[in-house]
Design a protein around this ligand. Structure first.
Ligand SMILES: *Cc1c(COP(=O)(O)O)cnc(C)c1O
Length: 252
């Protein structure tokens, strides 16, 4: 990989970390409580390797096939530190086995049906270590529930009311462990983004109070255009694509 690209990715990482630190400070939060997922869906294996050298250890993909391609590409390099991938995109039921055991966290559980399907695949394969999954028993898949806070029709996820109604059943699914909530904000409107993130946090606080046995600590929100706002509003996981990988994306 081109050295100047690798340098640019490293320089951008420092700038991103600074912005996270400043946003956390404004909100009285510890910046160490914000995890960075570098969304690699639009770049190749070489760019991911540049990002690993820059210090990233967690990546996000939105297609199972592309996840497989990245994992296979990285496996050819045995001199790399261990990294983790998360699934951040729409997951079709027939692709569930392609991600189980290969991702740390599925951010995008957008319906009760999908939650049930993931849980039942995990339970079905538990102990069998089937060839079509990378699961090792005992295995429970960590997931986030995707919430369509803003109510935009183009977005997937539970509406807040749907989620309130579904929670009693969701917490009974023993193949998954619900770690928190995820959302996407409307684009290009900082105030709407802030409202979305703070409503996600309020919904999480309400559910955490109603289900004290669950650990709903994670709030996955904030992308290239709005991550400082998300950190101010409590995000624990920012999912950054262009700002990490695209030298043309303006930072500042
Ligand atoms: C692509 C994508 C991102 C990253 O978007 P950027 O604006 O490039 O930072 C984050 N989350 C999800 C779900 C995505 O699909």
């Amino acid at each position: 990989m081109d050295k100047s690209y690798a340098d640019e990715v490293a320089r951008r990482r420092q700038a991103i970390l600074e912005r996270i630190e400043q946003a956390a400070e404004r909100a009285g939060r510890d910046p160490a409580d914000v995890r960075l997922v570098a969304v690699s869906k639009t770049v190749g294996v070489d760019e991911v390797i540049a990002a690993i050298h820059a210090g990233y250890r967690c990546f996000g993909e939105n297609r199972p096939q592309e996840l497989g391609r990245k994992l296979a590409g990285l496996a050819e390099h045995d001199d790399l530190p261990t990294v983790r991938f998360d699934m951040i995109g729409n997951l079709q039921k027939n692709k569930i086995n392609a991600v189980l055991g290969r991702v740390g966290l599925i951010h995008s559980i957008s319906s009760a049906h999908l939650a049930e399907a993931v849980s039942s695949r995990v339970l079905k394969h538990a102990g069998e270590e089937k060839a079509d999954t990378a699961m090792k028993a005992p295995f429970v898949q960590d997931v986030l529930l995707e919430v369509n806070v803003s109510g935009e029709e183009s977005k997937s996820g539970f509406s807040p009311d749907e989620l309130r109604r579904a929670m009693p059943d969701l917490v009974e699914l023993s193949g998954i462990r619900i770690r928190g909530l995820m959302t996407m904000a409307p684009r290009g409107d900082a105030e709407a983004a802030r409202r979305t993130f703070s409503e996600l946090r309020e919904l999480r606080d309400e559910l955490a109070a109603a289900y004290p046995a669950q650990d709903l600590g994670e709030l996955s929100c904030g992308m290239s255009e709005d991550f400082p706002i998300a950190v101010e509003e409590g995000s624990t996981v920012v999912r950054l694509g262009r700002v990490v990988f695209d030298p043309a994306f303006e930072l500042e």
